[in-house]
Write a protein that binds this ligand. Structure first.
Ligand SMILES: Nc1nc2c(c(=O)[nH]1)N[C@@H](CN(C=O)c1ccc(C(=O)N[C@@H](CCC(=O)O)C(=O)O)cc1)CN2
Length: 290
């Protein structure tokens, strides 16, 4: 079987170019550039890289961007004050707080504080509820990127059996809702599932989002399935640090119809979809200002 390797980097470049074109078109009509604010608490090196990439990609798409940094030992009140200030700013259309936060801070309270109309991560309970009930909203970036890749790869997803391994609020649950709206049959497999592997083997579409390095090998995959690997795990192999997904790429790729690599698959699309969401948030703001 010839396996198609889904190039998330190229798709992300294409999507950011599309967003940039729309930003320029709107600028010609006098619509202000979308503004993205990214809040980073602490010094986690991976989070710092993701934030830097988000700011860089926003600039590439012709958006304005603000980066707010707080020390790892900041208080909940000081973080909330930053979010409240960003909620008030008319030049900020999208706000995200990079996760995870240090343990002493409440992610739930911070997410609830972000104005739902500026919640470009799509994590606010109001936006989660809108997605779950099939209404237009800002959709979490990683599942949105996965959907975009699946639609480009397969076209109409109607009737496909999608198995999602993992039930996180950021990926597993919104992915299930999105694929349900695309008329897939959905099964979510998790740590308490009985014989998750046998269920996964029935999937036309297998999404691995469980955070366990290389958990999914060829015994989980139906030949000809499309495999989307959401995991980004840093591991040490032969004394060297390298990134692997939740899928054992070398073992699974020969059996898959198409597969996303790590790195270069879902990760870049997550950031590209953040730009798409920021554009959508800015468009809504300009429509409601009219
Ligand atoms: N507020 C949020 N926090 C987090 C999110 C999120 O969507 N919103 N998701 C992840 C981290 N993340 C984005 O923030 C993210 C992770 C990885 C990548 C990416 O492009 N990875 C590269 C590899 C990068 C490397 O070399 O380390 C790839 O896969 O090719 C983008 C975004 C948790 N937090």
């Amino acid at each position: 079987m010839t396996t198609h390797i889904i190039d998330g980097k190229r798709l992300a470049d294409d999507l950011i170019a599309e967003v940039g074109n729309e930003v320029r078109r709107l600028a010609e009509l006098g619509v202000p550039a979308p503004g993205l604010a990214v809040v980073l608490v602490g010094e986690d090196p991976a989070s710092a890289i993701y934030v830097r990439n988000k700011i860089k990609r926003a600039q590439e798409a012709g958006m304005t961007s603000i980066e707010k940094r707080l020390p790892a030992d900041c208080t909940q009140d000081s973080l909330e004050a930053v979010v409240e200030e960003l909620n008030q700013r008319a030049d900020v259309h999208g706000i995200l707080v990079q996760l995870p936060l240090p343990k002493h801070l409440s992610e739930e309270r911070i997410i609830r504080l972000i104005a739902p109309s500026k919640d470009v991560d799509g994590f606010h309970p109001e936006n989660v509820g809108l997605l779950a009930t099939g209404q237009a909203t800002l959709i979490p970036c990683t599942p949105l990127g996965c959907l975009e890749m699946l639609q480009r790869e397969i076209g109409d997803l109607s009737g496909k059996h999608a198995v999602i391994v993992g039930r996180s609020n950021i990926v597993g649950k919104p992915m299930a809702n999105l694929l349900l709206q695309a008329n897939c049959t959905i099964t979510v497999v998790h740590s308490r599932s009985v014989n998750g592997k046998a269920i996964a083997r029935q999937a036309d579409i297998l999404v691995a989002a469980v955070g366990v390095p290389e958990l999914v090998d060829e015994t989980w995959v139906k030949p000809g399935a499309v495999v989307i690997d959401v995991g980004i795990n840093a591991i040490e192999k032969a004394g060297k640090r390298r990134l692997v997904g939740d899928v054992n790429y070398a073992k699974v790729a020969p059996y898959a119809k198409a597969i996303t690599p790590v790195p270069g698959g879902v990760g870049p699309m997550t950031i590209a979809c953040l730009m798409k969401n920021t554009l959508v948030a800015a468009q809504h703001a300009s429509q409601s200002a009219r």
